[in-house]
Design a protein around this ligand. Structure first.
Ligand SMILES: Cc1cc2nc3c(=O)[nH]c(=O)nc-3n(C[C@H](O)[C@H](O)[C@H](O)COP(=O)(O)OP(=O)(O)OC[C@H]3O[C@@H](n4cnc5c(N)ncnc54)[C@H](O)[C@@H]3O)c2cc1C
Length: 43
């Protein structure tokens, strides 16, 4: 069964973490939660 990774915050740090996690383990199910309207606007 695939592992889940939940990232709270869709800023530069959240996006970079999601990308690196997927590179490390492509089978990961990555969920990014962002409270604002835009994701990675500062990246
Ligand atoms: C005015 C200003 C100008 C800047 N200019 C530059 C620049 O020119 N070049 C540069 O390299 N850097 C710049 N920076 C710095 C850059 O913006 C930050 O280093 C970078 O955004 C940090 O990314 P982060 O993901 O750690 O945090 P953030 O960008 O703060 O992302 C955190 C995210 O988490 C979300 N969040 C918080 N709590 C929750 C919650 N409970 N549930 C869901 N989502 C949540 C927030 O909405 C936010 O989107 C600037 C910063 C500022 C303030």
């Amino acid at each position: 069964m695939a592992k889940n990774l939940v990232i709270v915050g869709g800023g530069a740090g959240g996006g970079a973490t999601a990308a690196e996690a997927k590179r490390t383990d492509p089978s990961l199910n990555v969920i990014m939660l962002e409270q604002g309207r835009f994701v990675a606007f500062a990246a």
